[in-house]
Design a protein around this ligand. Structure first.
Ligand SMILES: C[S@@+](CC[C@H](N)C(=O)[O-])C[C@H]1O[C@@H](n2cnc3c(N)ncnc32)[C@H](O)[C@@H]1O
Length: 353
């Protein structure tokens, strides 16, 4: 088997850097046997991709449509049909189309420059009209990844274009990357797609349910939910609403929260797994939906609710033997406070399988 090349990502909470450790624990240390995987909080698809590479049948799921499209590209599809030349053509106006200018109109001075906003408006409308699903998913994939790279912190929770354009010196930030044009970044991401789109001979699918409404199950369910710490309260929705807006372009104006400085687009905002107080209840409900599977849960030692509370909840299920692993200190690329927190893995080994 060739060495694995994992897609690059600037996604908050991505397990890209530790997915090999997680996989090793599941397969070798906990010795789980499984043929299919449900990655129910799929995000950047790092776990799904690893499982696909190891020839499992993979079901990717995420609450957000933009993530679902990333899952479709990397997990459901097995090739990239978009060339760089065709990607660049999506920036050109087609004479018959009357283009809307929602990003230029509503997001002036918020996330991207005027020129970039114009580019996004044209590109996204051309891509939405594209009929070839493979080309469409590739075109969206390279746009999402490029938008993330051009943002300070790689997020959309703050109106902070000024930070990017006025940045001169200092230890934080990657001004050079922020200022790269979409065209430049597209070269990189098209090359990456050509490398990472693989066929594992299985029928893998991507889905777009909230975790508690997802009707799919599998031999192994991987749960990597949003984390909270004592201080943190920014939801995934707030971090990535802009990308969710782009895939729902025509609905943007009716869904902007003008009271927020970052003009959050409210589409697909949900409290499920995004509220510290309900987290344990949500987790209990989710586990109850997968009592015939092995379940693996990623968590952190500084999370709220605590590791002990999660462990107590899991030990309440008679169906599982609970194994707990500490993956050691690990700092997420996007966590700038330099506090090393420990990554924990709960393996709930189903004793009936
Ligand atoms: C910690 S991240 C997962 C990261 C992922 N394992 C990776 O490696 O990129 C949590 C993910 O859960 C998604 N999410 C949040 N609430 C959800 C819900 N109720 N149902 C399904 N997905 C949800 C977020 O969009 C986010 O992608």
């Amino acid at each position: 088997m060739p060495d694995i090349v994992l897609p690059q990502t600037r996604y908050y909470g991505s397990k890209r850097k530790i997915v090999d450790k997680i996989w090793n624990i599941i397969v070798n240390e906990a010795d789980l046997e499984f043929d299919s995987v449900l990655d129910i909080f799929g995000g950047s698809a790092s776990f799904s991709y690893f499982a696909k590479f190891h020839n499992k049948q993979v079901f990717y799921n995420d609450i957000f449509q933009f993530n679902f499209l990333i899952g479709k590209k990397l997990i459901e599809q097995s090739t990239n049909e978009l060339t760089y030349e065709n990607a660049i053509r999506f920036f050109e106006k087609v004479p018959e189309i009357n283009y809307l200018k929602y990003i230029s109109e509503y997001y002036n001075d918020i996330y991207f420059t005027d020129e970039e906003n114009d580019q996004i408006d044209i590109y996204i409308q051309n891509v939405i009209a594209e009929e070839n699903e493979n080309i469409k998913c590739s075109a969206l994939y390279i746009l999402f990844q490029s938008c993330l790279m051009k943002r300070p912190y790689n997020l959309f929770h703050r109106k902070n274009l000024n930070m990017r354009v006025n940045y001169t010196t200092g230890s934080f930030g990657n001004k050079q990357t922020w200022e790269k044009s979409f065209q430049e970044l597209f070269i990189r991401f098209i090359n990456e797609l050509n490398e990472v789109c693989i066929d594992n001979g299985r029928i893998n699918t991507a889905h777009n349910y909230t975790a508690l409404n997802c009707p799919i199950t599998a031999d192994l369910v991987y749960i990597d939910p949003p984390y909270f710490t004592k201080g943190s309260s920014t939801s995934y929705h707030s971090k990535y609403h802009f990308l969710e807006g782009l895939v729902n372009y025509n609905d943007i104006p009716d869904n902007i929260n003008f009271e927020k400085k970052n003009r959050e687009i409210t589409i697909n905002s949900s409290k499920e797994f995004e509220n510290k107080k309900n987290f344990l209840n949500d987790l209990r409900s989710l586990i109850n939906r997968h009592l015939n599977s092995h379940i693996v849960i990623s968590y952190r030692n500084n999370g709220v609710p605590s590791i002990e509370q999660i462990g107590d909840l899991l030990r309440g299920f008679a169906e599982f033997e609970i194994l707990e692993y500490n993956l050691g200190k690990y700092n997420y690329a996007l966590n700038k406070n330099n506090k090393l927190n420990e990554e924990v893995l709960f393996v709930c080994k189903n004793i009936n399988l």
